[in-house]
Design a protein around this ligand. Structure first.
Ligand SMILES: [Zn+2]
Length: 103
């Protein structure tokens, strides 16, 4: 495997571990090439931007994964409201972190 493949595999394992830990492993996980969003959550999957996964600090990536997990737990309709924030805080999301780029 190339370094790129290894890195993506590592991030996917991290994401799936965290998703399992927080009981949202009924969702799929994938990488996306969306240029604006570092992470995204739908009713079917959580995605992480490929470039974010490849080039950013592992703690930042973990924070993005947790941010998306909080969306899955809170319900997508809650967006970034107070209910989402409470769950995000509980599972350890650093909310300031690249908020504007993380949907
Ligand atoms: Zn968000």
């Amino acid at each position: 495997m190339t370094d790129t493949e290894n890195r993506l595999l590592l991030i996917e394992i991290l994401a799936r571990d965290l998703m399992k830990k927080h009981h949202v492993d009924y969702l799929d996980f994938k990488f996306s090439n969306d240029k604006k969003k570092l992470g995204y959550c739908t009713t079917e999957y959580i995605s992480i931007q490929t470039n974010h996964a490849l080039y950013d600090d592992i703690n930042e990536i973990q924070n993005t994964i947790l941010h998306e997990i909080a969306h899955a737990l809170a319900g997508l309709e809650n967006n970034h409201n107070i209910f989402w924030k409470e769950i995000a805080k509980k599972i350890g999301v650093k909310i300031e972190s690249k908020q504007n780029q993380t949907e």
